[in-house]
Design a protein around this ligand. Structure first.
Ligand code: PRX
Length: 646
């Protein structure tokens, strides 16, 4: 039976059959997935093309932790994303690319052409010394070459580490060194709204600190003048002419690493989250097909950047494995004006739009005139991701964009989860503003108190954990497995701890309330407070700093920094600007504090611990009730902080 199904999967793309059809169907599948997870996921996984079937569907423990899905299975994810579609949909658009500028023609890349380009660039990587298991850093804007580079790595079994184009040279260097990358793929520059950003120059700055890098492959985008170091740097366009378009896919083990993606946590240093080939492929595709109820021939527009997990899972791998048409947008939502998303929806007849609450709030603030008159009738499903969506934004999205006809799927997940865990299924789950609603099949959430005791029943709140592995759960943090154990699996015994607070209402619906650790979510981007503090503290004249999040109308959370400077630092205005420049240089513009308050002391306990609770309250403007301050070493600093609050 198994072999027969396997043979069928080879010939056909069955991923469309993975879809849940009704709420009863969801309930049945959910039940099945909990009672017999191995059979459940085994059946799903048979819809993909495996060169050799797996021997054991799941082995796991959350103590080490060690999770193995589809053990012994051999495959290459690009054969699932590309090759197997060639016979049935070779001439269908795989990627539609929309430029930063509305005046530049868009591009359509069919599955056939994408396959060819991926193979060609895979050969370029090999020509430049890349081998299976090598780590390759990709630092590029949202152009098709970025998706091609990602898939080319997967084709030859190299592990990609995509670094978001907004990160600084220092951040690139830290990531390259952590993973010991030997190749960097980049572009001369990037267009972003009316700005031109010199990416290659930033890479050059980073590489001063990166002895492991032997080759830099540069694709042309902006024609910004660049320095090309002889013996190290080469042009993408020249290289692809030198290789053939034939590149057999490397055979990978299901548990071989597919990629590393760095994300912020409570400590100063970002972690390299590792995902592996088999489980990630199965889960990203399964959730793509289900949550959005993707139908053959539809166009899916996820507005994220491929530099984040959302782009990995729902621009590249999930959609392509399902044979979908995925739209890649190079620019920003407000260029040339706040109607750009709606112009794109109209132009490309987008059926599924997947974006972040911060973008919705921002566009909402420009007024409805940018939506009026735009033909959005192609839209069928709307998605939200990255942070809690407030009711006002939810309602606007629903009424102005979806015209009350499109279900909104509020998808909760994380870099570490690889795919969506809690979310409505479009047209299947009854939605509720600001609720991520119910766990997808295979996902077993549990709320616990601070001692790890389960909080049962409905109408309760607690810390959100997951008690059973799903196929794309984080496998390790690159080069430091102990860190993975400590961060996610040691807070509560035998549970994966998400770092999020959550409530479960009377209907059993989940609502994510935000991070309970020292992570701030700024415009859907995770930033560690310690990371920002370390950057601020590097500035000459800064003695100490403490960073907290505060509610921000557009960004969800803003960054509020309390900074102690040495006495001689006089011009606070200039120092403020210097600090912003420092953070931009050390991390990138996304981590710049929105507010900087200079203080002479921080509220510390007698043991020297900063009482962040007080700083958070002041930043929130809630100074009336600061709670117990009696354990403070010097309670008078609180009055000064309150008086100077911004
Ligand atoms: O706090 C949660 C929030 O974003 C965090 C994960 O961030 P990151 O790894 O960058 O991945 C973002 C895209 C998947 C979570 O711990 N978050 C994500 N989605 C939601 C959310 N908070 C509330 N509702 C969501 N739908």
């Amino acid at each position: 039976m198994y072999q027969r199904r396997h043979e069928q999967a080879k010939k056909h793309n069955h991923t469309m059959d993975l879809r849940i059809k009704s709420f009863e169907d969801y309930q049945e599948k959910y039940q099945y997935s909990v009672e017999d997870p191995e059979s459940f996921w085994g059946e799903i996984a048979q819809n993909f093309y495996w060169r050799k079937p797996w021997k054991k569907t799941l082995e796991w423990n959350f103590t080490d932790p060690k999770v193995t899905w589809f053990k012994g299975g051999k495959l290459n994810i690009t054969e699932n994303c590309l090759d197997r579609h060639l016979a049935t949909r070779g001439n269908q658009p795989a990627i539609i690319w929309e430029s930063n500028s509305p005046d530049e023609p868009s591009q359509t890349i069919t599955y056939k052409v994408l396959h060819e380009q991926v193979c060609r660039f895979a050969n370029v990587l090999k020509r430049n010394g890349a081998k299976k298991g090598d780590r390759i850093c990709i630092y590029m804007p949202m152009i098709p070459e970025l998706a091609i580079a990602v898939l080319a790595c997967a084709r030859i079994g190299a592990i990609h580490s995509v670094v978001f184009g907004g990160f600084s040279a220092q951040s690139i260097a830290d990531r390259i060194n952590d993973a010991q990358c030997n190749i960097v793929v980049t572009t001369d520059g990037a267009f972003r709204g009316n700005k031109e950003i010199p990416l290659k120059a930033t890479v050059d700055d980073a590489l001063i600190q990166c002895p492991s890098v032997e080759r830099v492959i540069v694709s042309t985008r902006t024609r910004t003048p660049v320095f090309m170091l002889k013996g190290r740097d080469c042009w993408w366009e020249d290289e692809v002419k030198l290789v053939s378009a034939d590149c057999p896919a490397e055979e990978m083990d299901s548990e071989d690493m597919l990629f590393i993606l760095y994300t912020s946590g409570s400590t100063g240093k970002p972690k390299g989250v590792v995902h592996t080939v088999g489980g990630y492929m199965v889960y990203s595709s399964y959730t793509f097909a289900n949550v959005f109820q993707y139908e053959e021939g539809q166009t899916h527009f996820c507005t994220a950047d491929i530099g984040w997990i959302t782009g990995h899972s729902y621009i590249v791998y999930g959609p392509l494995a399902c044979g979908a048409t995925t739209l890649m947008f190079e620019g920003i939502p407000t260029y040339p004006d706040a109607g750009r998303f709606w112009d794109i929806v109209e132009k490309h007849k987008v059926n599924i739009l997947y974006t972040a609450p911060t973008a919705i709030r921002s566009l909402m603030s420009f007024g409805d005139q940018f939506v009026e008159g735009k033909d959005l009738s192609s839209l069928k499903v709307l998605g939200s991701v990255g942070e809690p969506i407030n009711e006002e934004a939810w309602n606007w999205y629903n009424e102005k964009i979806g015209k009350g006809l499109c279900p909104i799927v509020d998808t909760w997940w994380q870099t570490e989860t690889g795919g969506i865990l809690i979310s409505p299924i479009a047209n299947v789950t009854k939605t509720k503003p600001a609720y991520a609603t119910l766990p997808l099949p295979g996902v077993q959430p549990i709320l616990v108190d601070e001692n790890g005791v389960e909080i049962e029943g409905n109408g309760v709140s607690g810390n959100l954990c997951i008690k059973f592995p799903w196929p794309s759960i984080i496998r390790t943090t690159y080069g430091d497995h102990e860190r993975c154990r400590q961060t996610y699996f040691s807070t509560y015994k035998n549970l994966y701890f998400t770092g999020d607070g959550c409530m479960r209402d009377e209907d059993g619906y989940y609502r994510i309330t935000g991070r309970v650790d020292d992570v701030i979510n700024v415009s859907g981007h995770r930033i560690g407070t310690a990371e920002v503090e370390n950057a601020i503290n590097m500035h000459l004249g800064v003695v100490e700093s403490a960073v907290v999040g505060y509610p921000h109308d557009i960004k969800g959370q803003g960054i509020y920094a309390y900074v102690i400077c040495e006495k001689h630092v006089g011009d606070t205005d200039l120092t403020r600007k210097d600090i912003l420049a420092t953070v931009t240089r050390i991390i990138g513009p996304i981590a710049k504090p929105d507010k900087i308050q200079f203080v002479s002391g921080l509220p510390k306990t007698r043991s020297g611990k900063i009482m962040r609770r007080i700083l958070r309250k002041v930043a929130e403007g809630d100074t009336g009730n600061l709670g117990d301050t009696s354990t403070l070493l010097d309670p008078s600093v609180v009055d000064e902080i309150k008086a100077g609050a911004l």
